[in-house]
Design a protein around this ligand. Structure first.
Ligand code: GSH
Length: 204
């Protein structure tokens, strides 16, 4: 299997962390591929008309995307039913936590594009403010309502943990730990996991 993308993308890193957590780290070849939201990347476009990273190319040459589907695919290949439990109540709790972590990543990436990629005259202040508000609301929700679920390694805890690491890297002054001591303590431990150490964002 090949996984296309840059570990700087939280969605790519979530996929690679999942690969390591289910024991497939050595079977997934990571191929560094960058994207620009205003340009087509032909290599990625051949595997996905959407052209966003990550994309996983299976051993049969099929493209699997997006990160949510890749994470499930990896659990399926590994025969792992812990990261996405089968049981109804637990399953949808985990999948909702994953959506919460990925929604936070969507807002953080959108904010980043707005400040780093969009020409100054075209930036929209209210829209950027809304993205930041979404990130804060997601973090408050995790602190207040999801700490029990974070105690287990699932696609939900991976999505939240990797997104917070992305925010630390791209928005170091965001200060998300202020007023969120439980989340801060949990994240410190999460970042020490082997899967996080093996996927650390290369310096640039
Ligand atoms: N929902 C997608 C989001 C992926 C995504 O937004 N990837 C960004 C990088 S972080 C990307 O490829 N951007 C390039 C583009 O928008 O063309 C997923 O979960 O995989």
């Amino acid at each position: 299997m090949k996984l296309y993308g840059d570990l700087l993308s939280p969605f790519v890193r979530m996929s690679m962390v999942t690969a390591h957590e289910v024991g497939l780290g050595s079977r997934v070849e990571h191929i560094v591929e960058n994207t620009n939201p205003a340009k087509v990347n032909e290599r990625l476009a051949a595997l996905s008309p959407i052209g966003k990273i990550p994309i996983l190319e299976t051993d049969h040459g099929h493209g699997v995307y997006d990160s949510r589907v890749i994470m499930e695919y990896l659990c399926h290949v590994a025969g792992n039913s812990e990261l996405i439990p089968h049981d109804g109540v637990k399953r949808f709790r985990v999948l909702t936590l994953q959506a919460l972590g990925q929604g936070m990543a969507d807002a953080a990436v959108a904010y980043r594009y707005e400040i780093a990629a969009r020409p100054k005259g075209l930036q929209w202040e209210d829209w950027m403010g809304r993205a930041l508000a979404r990130i804060h609301a997601a973090q408050d929700d995790v602190e207040n309502n999801w700490m029990d679920s974070l105690s287990e390694i699932t696609v939900g805890s991976i999505a939240v943990g990797v997104t917070l690491a992305y925010i630390d890297f791209r928005m170091p002054d965001f200060g998300w730990r202020n007023g969120r001591p439980k989340l801060a303590a949990w994240h410190e431990g999460f970042c020490k996991r082997d899967s996080m150490i093996k996927t650390v964002i290369p310096p640039r």
